[in-house]
Design a protein around this ligand. Structure first.
Ligand code: PGA
Length: 241
């Protein structure tokens, strides 16, 4: 793991964007793995800026997102599809057929999971995957559990995640209870991973994930074994390392 610490969130977001920009410049038909949440916002803004300046071309890029809520239409304001469209896809020249998120409205969710996993493989696998982390160490919606989930699967959200995500909904009752998520195996097969963490509230889980034992009880801890994982922290998140 390469760990870098940044003084402010702007620099951290730009540094993450620079890694993705370098990937696209090196391989214009890169397959990128994207995430939602607060963490990637500055990175997506910086990528959109680079595109606006003419420095990046997304026309041959393909993307797969980590996850999507089950039962939520793409058009819903809180769908991860809508998040990606609003914050990145509508701002760059990526063709609509080149970005994919799990379909939370699929009639057969298990089949959707299998097809999503197969689509990633058919695209040649993910070149570079963006990750944030949850307070319980989750990556994607892979929550603490008895063993690392291998492939894209359907998960029940934990009370902690429902609590963390309720800020985007009128109440906790409206937060979907299930999601489709890439598995830990899917994430670990990405050829490169960029993990971005900021904030004092994530200092404890940062230390557990990066320096503690590798255990499915802290799903992000598996990244200690990833051969090409870059971690970008702010000083607050790095405080307990
Ligand atoms: P956040 O979420 O970026 O909104 O903190 C991260 C996560 O839960 O994976």
């Amino acid at each position: 793991m390469k760990i870098h610490v940044y003084r402010d969130l702007e620099a951290q977001g730009k540094a993450a964007a620079a890694l993705f920009a370098a990937q696209i410049l090196k391989k214009p038909d890169s397959v990128l793995g994207f995430a939602t949440g607060s963490t990637p916002l500055r990175t997506y803004a910086a990528l959109a800026d680079l595109y606006a300046q003419g420095a990046l071309d997304f026309s041959r890029v393909h993307t797969f997102n980590l996850d999507e809520y089950v039962g939520m239409a793409r058009e819903h304001e809180q769908s991860y599809f809508n998040f990606m469209y609003t914050n990145l896809f509508s701002k760059v020249n990526i063709p609509a057929e080149n970005y994919r998120l799990p379909n939370g409205l699929a009639a057969d969710i298990d089949r959707e999971c299998a097809e999503y996993e197969a689509a990633i493989e058919a695209a040649g696998g993910i070149d570079l995957q963006f990750l944030g982390i949850g307070h319980d160490g989750h990556i994607g919606f892979n929550e603490p559990c008895g063993e690392f989930p291998k492939a894209t699967h359907c998960v029940a959200l934990t009370p902690m995640t429902i609590e963390a995500n309720k800020r985007f909904f009128a109440s906790a009752d409206e937060v979907p209870r299930r999601a489709i998520s890439m598995g830990i195996g899917t994430i670990m097969r990405a050829r490169g991973v960029v993990l971005v963490i900021y904030g004092a509230d994530k200092a404890e889980i940062t230390a557990r994930a990066l320096k503690g034992p590798v255990t499915p009880q802290v799903p992000a801890s598996i990244l200690q074994y990833h051969p090409n994982c870059t971690v970008l922290l702010d000083e607050a998140a790095a405080a307990e390392l």
